[in-house]
Design a binder for this molecule. Structure first.
Ligand code: PHE
Length: 364
């Protein structure tokens, strides 16, 4: 038996087999080629496995030495296969990266993907968020079902105040803690939630659903508002007017909007103003349309949230989102907004990729 433990002078035979396999591996030009080499070498009926059959005719000692030699060979072949596989995979990826190109500027192809539409109201939510974000407002949220305390009491509307009736609120059962829950009739409770949880300076908008027991061509029991709140040490009425004017110009995409600030009354603001816009902005000059209520936050409201009204002041507004959506996009009946009629959506809806931005255009 030769010194290296291979019986019958097989050394050169093994070396030849190994160098054959290694060069086949190097020559494999693709992954499937390489796999064929693997099977022919290490597969059950492969050339290396065949060597093992020789073990049967060997002595225990020979078997041990030969087994080790073959295993080492197997290891080297496996390593070579792995190495080549990684190289071929990398080359394949390289060529795909070099050859495959997606033109992301192409329009969406006709087909199911192009069928979906964004509801005009969702589009308006995005437009409003974008415009106020640019003025430094962040978005705050509150629940649709809120407490009587946040919806009224802390907003300076005490129990039995007539303003509670004005709102046509949907009342729910009294909770265990004696606090009555309501479907919020306005987004103003988010003012309270924000002032209770955040230190001034505060600058938020709160878009969302609101509910009132009311239904006709211009009223639905559920509709949408966006609340605005700014609280710091020096914000005044001039800032409120500027903010709303800038908003209207950006929203209606015009250089000038005529606005009318009418003295009004809300328990949670003093002074209070309702704001109308001249519908010239949407091609109906001379018609005044009310779009929001606003005013300087009442000191009682600031105090009810634990802030010092001697130190802090600011403004708030609440705007009807359905109303401005109908105005901007020429939608005649409020109720159609919520029937989910696909023909309506096709007509008034927006393509999903038309995201409104100040730079790229709000609605185009
Ligand atoms: N919450 C009022 C409403 O729903 C609107 C409003 C909000 C008025 C904030 C003034 C300040 O009618």
């Amino acid at each position: 038996m030769p010194q290296d433990g291979t019986p019958n002078g097989d050394v050169s035979e093994l070396d030849k087999l190994e160098s054959d396999i290694i060069s086949e591996i190097a020559d494999a030009s693709g992954l499937s080629d390489l796999d064929a080499v693997r099977v022919s070498a290490l597969g059950k009926k492969g050339r290396v496995s065949a060597l093992m059959q020789k073990l049967g005719g060997m002595s225990a000692e020979e078997r041990k030495a030969f087994g080790q030699t073959v295993n080492a060979l197997k290891g080297r072949v496996s390593d070579a296969l792995e190495g080549r596989k990684a190289a071929l995979e990398a080359a394949e990826l390289e060529s795909r990266l070099a050859n495959e190109r997606d033109d992301i500027t192409l329009p969406v192809r006709p087909g199911p993907l192009a069928e979906g539409r964004i509801h005009p109201l969702s589009q308006v939510f995005d437009e409003v968020n974008e415009i106020f974000a640019d003025m430094g407002f962040s978005v705050a949220e509150g629940p649709d079902i809120d407490t009587d305390d946040y919806c009224f009491t802390k907003l300076n509307i005490p129990a039995h105040h007539p303003a509670r009736q004005d709102m046509d609120t949907f009342y729910l059962k009294e909770g265990a803690d004696g606090n009555r829950m309501v479907l919020r009739p306005h987004t103003s409770p988010v003012q309270i939630r924000t002032m209770l949880n955040q230190k001034p300076p505060i600058r938020i908008i709160a878009p969302g659903r609101v509910y009132r027991c009311d239904s006709d061509q211009t009223h639905t029991p559920m509709f949408h508002q966006v609340e605005g709140l700014v609280i710091d040490e020096e914000t005044h009425l001039g800032h409120l007017k500027w903010c709303l004017e800038e908003f209207c110009k950006a929203f209606f995409e015009v250089d000038e909007v005529k606005m009318r600030f009418r003295a009004s009354h809300f328990p949670f603001t003093e002074p209070s103003m309702e704001v109308d816009i001249d519908a010239a902005a949407i091609g109906k000059p001379g018609q005044w349309l009310e779009i929001l209520g606003s005013g300087m936050v009442h000191p009682n409201v600031i105090a009810s949230c634990g802030l010092d009204p001697e130190k802090y002041q600011g403004f708030a507004f609440g705007m009807g989102l359905d109303r401005i959506t109908m105005l901007k996009y020429g939608i005649p009946d409020l109720r159609d907004m919520f029937t989910g009629d696909l023909r309506w959506m096709k007509h008034y809806g927006f393509m999903p990729l038309d995201v409104p931005t100040l730079a790229g255009g709000m609605s185009s």
